[in-house]
Structures are given as C-alpha cells and as structure tokens.
Design a protein around this ligand. Structure first.
Ligand SMILES: Cc1ncc(COP(=O)(O)O)c(C=O)c1O
Length: 420
C-alpha cells in the first residue's frame, strides 16, 4: 500500500510512539492528581506543552484539546461579535460559524481567487459568495482578502518559490489588493476573523500576516487554523488564536491545542474541572500529550530535511505527470506536500477502484464519501465536472521517491486508459 493522503492524517513517528508507550503500559496516574505519580505525569505534560509551544509565537499559552476541531469551536464560540471567514475554510470553521449564525451572530464568508488566495483575480469568487448556503448569514461580503506579496515577505511569510517547471499545466495567478479593499472586507466592529494558514485541500498558503493587519485595523481578533502549516510554514506572530492538531504532524490522533495570546479571555467551551486553566475541562492523556510533544520536537529538528525531501517529491511528481493535468490552486504560494490536480473527463471513482493499493483522496477527507464535490474546488471557480475530475496526492517525511514515482506512473497509466 502506498499512502498518499498526508493531509487527512500522517503516519505516527516511531519516536512519538516510543515516548507514548510507557504512559499507556505502566504509568497510569491522573496528571491532575496531587500525589507523586500524578505530579510525574503532570511534569511530562508540561514538557510536551513546551515542545508544542516552541513552534508557536511567544506571548501566549496553549491549552490542549481533543483536536483542532475542538480548538476551532472553542475559539469561535468563545469570542463575540461578527465573524468574517473564507469560503475555503475547513468544515470545523464553516459549520461552526454556521451554528453561530443560526444563533443570531453576524457571519460573512469571503470569496477567494481562482488560485485559492484572498485578493486574487478570480473566475469563481463572486458566484461562490452569492451561492454560499450558510444559514442565517448576513453581511455583504464585499471585497477580498488583503494580499500583497511584499507585506507577506516582510512579515516573515514563506518566500514564494517560482512556478515549478514540471509538465503539469499551471493555471493560477494572484494580484495585490489595495488597503481600501481590505478594510471593506473586514469592517470595523468585526469580532473575529478566521483564516487557514495552509489549505488542507489545495495546499495554498494564505497571506495571514497581511490579513492579521487588516483584522486588527478593524478591531477584531485573528484566528488562524494552522493545522496543515504548523511546523512547516511560519505562523505570523501577530495572530491572536491558533488551532493545531497532533495527527497532522506525525503525532497521535485525538489531541490538538489552542494557542491563546496573553490577555485574551475566551468563554469556555467545555465546563467541568477546569484542568486546562483557564477555560478547558477534561482529564488530559499524558500519552497523547507526550506523543504530540515529541512529534512537535521532531518537526523542529527535521524542518530543513523534511522540507528538502518534500520539495524533491513535488518536483518528481510534476515531472512524471505528463500532459493533460492541471494543478488546482496557486503553485507559487503553496505547501509542496499537497498536490491537487485534475484531468479533463477523469472518472475519479473508477481511478480509485482501479488503484486500490494507493491511498489518495478525491477531495478533503471529511468531504469524501459525502457525494458532494469539494467546496474548496468550487470556491476557486471549478465547475462541478472539473471538481469531480480532481484528485489530491499528499506526501511527506515517510514517502519514498520510488513509491511516489511508481504511484504517479500507475495513476497516469490508469487515467490514460480511461481517456487516452
Ligand atoms: C485545515 C484543518 N483544520 C481542522 C482540521 C480538524 O482537525 P482535527 O482532526 O484535529 O479535529 C483538519 C483536519 O482534517 C484540517 O485539515
């Protein structure tokens, strides 16, 4: 089996597993108990907290949660005032803001460009916004997100790599947007702006630093869903709330965290013993915390090595695809471990059943199986047919060049057999 679904989840790092085992086998104290064994467990949790926090900006604290879904729910429901977010966010954001809208909170969903970035020229933006089905949604949603390459680079955002010369056909571009447009997109009085750092479906890197500036100019808080970017792409230090998840960085499933800038008070989501003070209740699992901590430490230790490997895999994949494939979303502002591509007339269901030994995705892990085409692909302006002829290949640290090459060759051969 070749695993090419790294955006859905990543393989557990052996080092994380080894660190977790004692906490599952023999060390069973509650980390919130005051006796010696409890304090020992608590100390392990605190080591993990520091390891996880080391990849986040200074000036805040992290609370462990059951995953990023809980962290995002907490950040959204724990704040007040109108919400602005993007059409390409994860369901954990879009469904949560929909629930808030149903309770009377004002919510605006902004469109993105054809490249998936805020502030881009787009063939899809307007129509997506108009057809956005969010119940109870208010607001005009005018304008697009602020995007300016110079600002992004100055603020420490990743430097864009030039479009790679692979044989995949590239169809994307982005244009800067002036500050007036940004202000129109995020009006004064907004309470919260939520945007993803690296998109889980198409891998594009949003201009979070510029967006945070516009957010603060409007007097709002900036929530960044950094699940796919944490440990890989710099998180601008100006954001106020950050949601992350262990299983996307080779840690265990079932744990994530919310980073909260000092001085921000969030209403609790979970009421109870208040173990993660202030605001989050529930007994922590030392095993999960320790696994998360070691996985975060590895992300830091192996950052350059992993990035170089992933760049090699990306180039190799593009090189072997051959003609007829189009990359969905921007190629320059993009995390290279995510290759979302389409081919005219491709029957993805047939492709998947022809290639059962390759694990890849037809959309997001959450959307696949629902029968609906991806809301992200639709938001960047793809037709229903184009969205349905798209696949997502996700690779990373444990993917070998040989297995990726063989998998791409098999995908190309199976696709060409459908539509030579
Ligand atoms: C961008 C993004 N946000 C949020 C989530 C939810 O994370 P979790 O599985 O930890 O709840 C995911 C997972 O698919 C994701 O990719």
């Amino acid at each position: 089996m070749t695993y090419l679904d790294y955006q859905a989840t990543t393989p557990l790092a052996p080092e994380a597993l080894a660190a977790m085992l004692p906490w599952l086998e023999s060390q069973h104290a509650n980390p919130h108990s005051p006796h010696r064994e409890g304090r020992r467990a608590k100390a392990a949790v605190e080591v993990a907290r520091n390891q996880v926090a080391a990849l986040l900006p200074p000036g805040g604290r992290i609370a462990f949660t059951s995953g990023a879904t809980e962290a995002l729910n907490w950040a959204i429901k724990g704040t007040t005032g109108p919400i602005v977010t993007l059409a390409t966010e994860h369901a954990a954001v879009l469904d949560t803001v929909a629930a808030e809208a149903a309770r009377g909170r004002r919510v605006t969903i902004l469109p993105v460009g054809a490249d998936g970035l805020g502030g881009s020229d787009s063939r899809g933006a307007g129509s997506q916004h108009d057809s956005s089905p969010l119940p109870g949604r208010e607001g005009s949603g005018v304008g697009r997100l602020p995007y300016d390459r110079t600002t992004a680079a100055k603020a420490g955002q990743p430097t864009p790599s030039p479009s790679l010369p692979g044989r995949g056909e590239v169809e994307s571009r982005s244009t800067p947007v002036d500050p007036d447009t940004s202000r129109a997109a995020i009006p004064t009085g907004t309470g919260l702006v939520a945007a993803m750092l690296v998109n889980n479906e198409i891998g594009v890197i949003q201009p979070i630093a510029a967006l945070a500036d516009a957010t603060h100019a409007a007097g709002a808080l900036m929530l960044c869903d950094a699940v796919q970017g944490y440990g890989r792409v710099a998180i601008p230090s100006t954001v106020d709330l950050i949601a992350i998840s262990a299983h996307k960085i080779h840690g265990p499933k079932g744990i994530g965290a919310l980073w909260i800038r000092d001085g921000i008070d969030l209403a609790p989501l979970m009421h109870g013993g208040g173990q993660e003070a202030p605001g989050r209740s529930g007994t922590l699992s030392p095993a999960l915390c320790v696994g998360f901590g070691v996985a975060a430490q590895l992300m830091a230790d192996r950052k350059d090595q992993d990035a170089a490997h992933i760049d090699r895999l990306w180039s190799l994949a593009l090189d072997r695809l051959g003609p007829g494939w189009t990359i969905n979303g921007a190629t320059d502002f993009r995390y290279h471990g995510n290759l979302n591509i389409r081919r005219e007339g491709l029957d993805v269901n047939r492709l998947m059943s022809d290639l059962r030994d390759i694990a890849f995705s037809a959309g997001s892990a959450c959307a696949s199986g629902s029968g609906r085409s991806s809301h992200v692909l639709r938001a960047i302006g793809l037709t229903e047919k184009e969205a349905r002829s798209s696949i997502r290949l996700g690779f990373g640290r444990y993917t070998t060049e040989t297995e990726l090459r063989d998998a791409i060759d098999a995908i190309v051969a199976a696709a060409e057999a459908q539509w030579p």
